[in-house]
Design a protein around this ligand. Structure first.
Ligand SMILES: Cc1cc2nc3c(=O)[nH]c(=O)nc-3n(C[C@H](O)[C@H](O)[C@H](O)COP(=O)(O)O)c2cc1C
Length: 447
């Protein structure tokens, strides 16, 4: 091991039940009988902890994707489309893990800040400071239809609500000062009333008096994760995010995104270290490159173009089924979902003239996140290159199929990164902020 420790990589693992290749659930080693059992997620989270990952991460959406053909048929037939609520899941995982950070997604478009602030503060306490919130604004009309609306609000309005939501949540987390709890049994003083504060927030979307009824948590506030990559999304991330997820297929694109996020953070008076940029990466790894290619070929055999198109239709909020499968990819001017993903699709289809069927197969592979196939040394070379060339602070690892895809990364790639002095051999701190090298925020409450 190289003891002269330089800058260290951060690693998260993006988990679901099957893995990220769209048809991974069909892989012979993927245990479909375990998909809804706590034992299985415990096994995955413990693998991440064995690999000294900073955190595990679960995404979320509110409903089964049904933008493609205005029906859930293509989705439920071809995709692992049933899921568990991620917040419930990380709460359960808090009880069976010790060190790994626990990140769940909650949308600001369909919830109230008091609820969400309270849940994450509670989890931060129960997990000993390991909670993180992936703040999303949601993308699809079918989610809105589960909350009394026909259409998802437009992109800018979603982010506007998200900004106010975060102002309220941060205020609520600060409503108890560090030393507000007294527990003086003799004097009969439970807490110091001068150290607990109303918020008195009244804004366009929310009216919240506060204070929270949960005291200040070990991390002060949970770690905030964000993944907006459009101009508005980047601005929001620069303002609030401490971890930034992004899909970056190329090194040059990733470098310019990285530089942009650090510059934008500075414009908000934040240091470049205050956010950790972690692009998604799908590693297909085996003992040798040839074996890794065989693994990829097997996964590709199961790929169903409709699965990829169902995911994409949902993410960009546009029904691709109205266009012929064997015709060219249409111009997607009316799509109102993820703006950054639309740009990546446009770039891909400009350089290679694809049919929709081909796009569906390709998109189902890694959803335009970077994929890398190879031996442990090749994968480690890739991570190192992006890290030293200023493209990232770490990676959000997206195993192609589970649990093997994660086990192989932990057994084969993590030791290679440790030998190169790029990644920790042991956890050094207790909280997720410790793992990520993020400061514990001071409470902004008045005393
Ligand atoms: C790794 C990653 C995970 C994401 N997870 C979710 C999620 O769980 N739920 C969701 O609605 N959006 C999710 N998104 C989408 C983002 O929140 C955001 O909508 C998207 O990046 C597009 O942002 P933009 O419209 O600013 O370009 C994720 C994006 C990335 C890159």
């Amino acid at each position: 091991m190289n003891s002269d420790r330089g800058r260290q990589l951060h690693l998260g693992v993006f988990l679901d039940a099957a893995g990220h290749y769209a048809s991974a659930w069909r892989h012979p080693a993927t245990p479909t009988d375990m998909f809804f059992r706590l034992d299985y997620y415990k096994r995955l989270a413990l693998a991440a902890e064995r690999g000294k990952f900073d955190m595990v991460f679960f995404s979320d959406r509110y409903g089964i994707p049904d933008r493609y053909g205005d029906s859930f048929r293509a989705t439920v037939r071809s995709l692992h489309s049933a899921r568990l609520d991620p917040f419930t899941l990380i709460t359960a995982l808090a009880g069976v893990t010790e060190r790994v950070g626990l990140t769940a997604t909650v949308s600001t478009s369909f919830s109230e800040p008091f609820h969400v602030a309270r849940q994450f503060a509670s989890l931060d306490l129960l997990s000993g400071g390991r909670a993180a919130w992936n703040v999303v604004t949601s993308t699809s009309d079918n989610e809105a239809r589960n909350f009394g609306e026909e259409r998802i609000p437009d992109h800018d309005s979603r982010y506007e609500r998200a900004r106010e939501f975060l102002d309220v949540a941060n205020g609520l987390w600060d409503s108890w000062e560090e030393d507000a709890l007294v527990f003086d049994k003799e004097a009969g003083v439970y807490a110091d009333g001068d150290k607990v504060h109303y918020l008195h927030h009244r804004g366009r979307h929310f009216g919240v008096r506060g204070p929270l009824d949960v005291p200040r948590s070990p991390q002060g506030r949970p770690v905030l994760v964000q993944a907006g990559s459009s101009d508005t999304g980047r601005d929001f991330a620069a303002r609030v995010a401490e971890v930034i997820f992004t899909a970056q297929p190329s090194l040059d694109g990733a470098r310019s995104f990285y530089a942009d996020m650090k510059t934008r953070a500075a414009a908000y008076g934040r240091s470049p270290d205050s956010n950790k940029v972690m692009p998604g990466l799908m590693p297909i790894v085996a003992g040798t490159e040839a074996e890794a290619r065989e693994t990829e070929a097997l996964l590709a055999e199961f790929a169903d173009p409709l699965a990829g198109l169902a995911i994409l239709s949902d993410q960009i909020n546009y029904d691709l089924s109205v266009h012929p499968l064997d015709g060219p990819v249409p111009e997607l001017l009316e799509a109102t979902g993820m703006q950054s993903r639309l740009k990546l699709v446009a770039k891909l289809t400009q350089s290679d003239s694809l049919t929709l069927r081909q796009l569906g197969r390709f998109y189902g592979g890694s959803r335009l996140h970077r994929k890398i196939v190879g031996s442990p040394v090749q994968i480690a070379d890739f991570l190192q290159e992006w890290f030293v060339k200023g493209a990232c602070d770490g990676f959000n690892i997206m195993p192609p199929y589970l649990p093997d895809g994660l086990d192989k990364f932990v057994e084969l790639v993590v030791p290679e990164l440790q030998n190169r002095g790029l990644f920790r051999e042991e956890y050094e701190g207790r909280t997720l902020r410790d793992h990520l090298g993020l400061p514990r925020p001071a409470s902004r409450s008045r005393s």
